[in-house]
Write a protein that binds this ligand. Structure first.
Ligand code: SME
Length: 164
């Protein structure tokens, strides 16, 4: 069945290389933005076992919680606040090795120790959403995650275009 992910690689990079093409195949023929964002969060969490994976969508001057996998989370984040709000303001990926060292970090769950936030940008560079991935391990994210998640978010941006 097409909806089952096939995952066998033992490395973080290998898992991304396996899961991303399968995810893109899942998007094929499905025009609904929420459905595709939901499967994206689920696929990333299933592939890597992350503590929390989800999207915050730009709505006016706030980010509003979108499709995610993991424990319940805060629903609204103002522009510039926390890691997500900072990634929106900078329109750039932010890797936080230790969330306790990040000024203004929004602690949705005390088990979260490190995180990466990647903006989803349209062709003009406007941020449409951010992808937030949290780990319960310190220093769990590297350039490998940034590279694959940025590739993913470039494709996620096309889903917004198709839905608009
Ligand atoms: N840690 C984030 C808030 C969102 S949650 O962790 C799900 C931040 O500081 O932006």
């Amino acid at each position: 069945m097409a909806e089952d992910l096939q995952l066998s690689a033992q490395t973080r990079a290998g898992r991304y290389a396996e899961v991303l093409p399968q995810l893109y195949a899942l998007w094929q023929g499905e025009p609904d933005l929420i459905a595709n964002l939901a499967n994206t969060a689920a696929a990333l969490r299933e592939a890597h076992g992350f503590f929390w994976v989800g999207f915050y969508l730009v709505r006016g001057q706030e980010l509003v919680l979108g499709p995610f996998q993991g424990p319940v989370a805060c629903t609204r984040i103002p522009y510039g606040r926390g890691v997500c709000g900072a990634a929106w303001r900078e329109a750039a990926t932010i890797v936080v090795p230790d969330v306790e060292q990040f000024p203004g970090h929004i602690a949705c769950a005390s088990a979260s120790r490190s995180e990466i936030v990647v903006p989803v940008k349209d062709t003009k560079g406007q941020v449409l959403a951010v992808l937030d991935v949290d780990s319960d391990q310190l220093d769990d994210f590297s350039e490998v995650d940034a590279r694959y998640l940025e590739e993913l978010c470039a494709r996620v941006a096309t889903l917004f275009g198709a839905a608009a």
